[in-house]
Design a protein around this ligand. Structure first.
Ligand code: HEM
Length: 76
């Protein structure tokens, strides 16, 4: 966890929480990462990464998130 996390008004998502994460489609996760939290009606504290990561990189992060939660959409 980063040094700022204890002061953040909204805490980042626990990506190992299979129940929460199963409520998200891969498209929503992709969009949250690429365009930031606001694009999926989440906190603006989640920054957009589209300027730093390619679509291919974001796709592999989405796959990794699915490994972390051991879940897929609708499985929770
Ligand atoms: C490349 C690294 C990161 C990835 C892959 C990532 C991924 C995600 C994803 C997929 C979501 C949406 C979760 C959901 O739909 O429930 C999210 C939300 C969020 N992230 Fe990140 N994130 C990253 C870095 C960060 C950083 C650096 C911060 C803080 C400075 C942050 C703060 C947040 C917050 C506050 C939310 C919103 C939670 C909510 O509104 O419920 N994230 N992140």
């Amino acid at each position: 966890m980063g040094v700022n996390v204890r002061d953040m008004s909204v805490q980042p998502r626990d990506h190992t929480d299979g129940k929460e994460m199963a409520g998200r489609t891969d498209e929503e996760l992709f969009r949250a990462i690429k365009e930031g939290g606001q694009a999926v009606s989440k906190s603006v504290l989640m920054p957009p990464w589209g300027g730093n990561l390619s679509d291919e990189e974001i796709e592999s992060i989405v796959s990794y998130l699915r490994e972390l939660c051991k879940c897929k959409y609708g499985s929770g």
